[in-house]
Design a protein around this ligand. Structure first.
Ligand code: ADP
Ligand code: NA
Length: 329
């Protein structure tokens, strides 16, 4: 079992990343060989702030380590430090079909109305994602619900490449969604949008770096409805904001949504929100303290990333060489 997954260093780690992906990565470290990367090449697909990007890579590396990613157990590196990713991506760009990429919903969401003005990189970035996992022969790719379509694309690309060149080179990766109620954590401002680093509203998400007061304030201001909480989780289906907050609580305490509702049946959000804030602070406070310590030593972070890149490059080399050979180069 080889696990590969990445996160964009485009801003601070948020609760959706943590519950939907990172805490699962942490648990998988003891069960599988794990490679985790900072997707800094993906970060180029939207507005780039060169002055911030390198700092963001370190910041995200520190946030992952603070959250429990152990560089002694897992290979942690920056995508741009392993040229095999973009090299294989080019080859796979020639395997992927325009029609497949046209169907990617994230491109539609991220390009918005300015499709013609979106970068070509934003359009083909699912192909780079396919290369990210195929180059390591990943068997499992733990991601949030938002990435499911991209993993399916990686499977299609792997199968077409193997078929076109009559090789058994690429392993079609398994999407490994899981994450329970946190597979898709929604924005605190809008229950129909996912919590994301790219949301312009700071109020929409809780960052690992938020102070206890900021956490409590964001939860207090989170959009909800005036109804009391029901006993039956099915009754939350038409109440996306309520469903989201109950799901977040369940993901943090390890309860089912039904068990959370048991504790709050008949109560309004005036009761629920302070409890949610307490649970969130209990989860994030120790991670934030560790993050602040880790950030002090940039050289140590750089050394961890350099060692990770060296290990990752060695693992990627044979597959990249095979891919070149298969296409006749
Ligand atoms: P973002 O959309 O915030 O930029 P990334 O694209 O870097 O996040 O995703 C990093 C990981 O976090 C991926 O595995 C992704 O599926 C997961 N993830 C991102 N947002 C959420 C969310 N709102 N709920 C659950 N998982 C999420
Ligand atoms: Na994303």
């Amino acid at each position: 079992m080889r696990v590969v997954s990445g996160i964009q260093p485009t801003g601070g780690l948020h609760l959706g990343n943590l519950l939907g992906a990172i805490l699962r990565w942490v648990r998988m470290q003891d069960e599988a060989e794990c490679l985790f990367f900072l997707a800094d090449l993906h970060a180029l697909t939207i507005d780039v702030d060169p002055a911030k990007l390198r700092a963001n890579v370190r910041e995200m590396a520190a946030a992952l380590i603070a959250s429990g990613i152990d560089p002694a157990k897992s290979t942690l590196f920056a995508q741009s430090a392993v040229p095999a990713h973009p090299e294989l991506a080019w080859i796979l760009n020639c395997t992927a079909r325009m029609g497949w990429l046209n169907r990617m919903t994230q491109f539609k969401e991220k390009s918005g109305k300015s499709r013609e003005g979106a970068s070509v990189g934003l359009f083909t970035y699912p192909v780079l994602q396919a290369a990210d996992v195929l180059v390591y022969q990943a068997t499992h790719v733990p991601v949030g619900e938002d990435q499911k379509q991209h993993i399916e694309l990686a499977r299609d690309i792997a199968l077409k490449f193997n078929n076109d060149f009559d090789v058994e080179l690429f392993i079609p990766p398994e999407p490994f969604i899981g994450g329970g109620t946190a597979a898709r954590v929604m924005s605190l401002r809008d229950g129909s949008a996912k919590m994301s680093k790219s949301d312009p509203s700071e109020q929409s998400r809780i960052h690992l770096t938020d102070s206890d007061d900021e956490i409590a304030q964001k939860i207090r201001k989170a959009k909800t409805d005036p109804e009391p909480l029901p006993e039956d989780p099915d009754q939350l289906e038409q109440r996306p904001e309520a469903k989201n907050l109950v799901g977040i609580m369940a993901a943090m305490t390890g309860e089912t949504p039904a068990a959370v509702l048991q504790r709050f049946t008949g109560q309004g959000f005036g009761m629920f929100k302070p409890a949610l804030a307490d649970a969130t602070i209990a989860l994030l406070e120790p991670l934030r303290k560790r993050l602040i310590e880790l950030r002090q030593d940039e050289a140590a972070l750089d050394a961890i990333l350099a060692a990770g890149a060296e290990k990752a490059s060695a693992l990627a080399a044979p597959t990249l060489a095979e891919a070149y050979r298969a296409v006749g180069l």
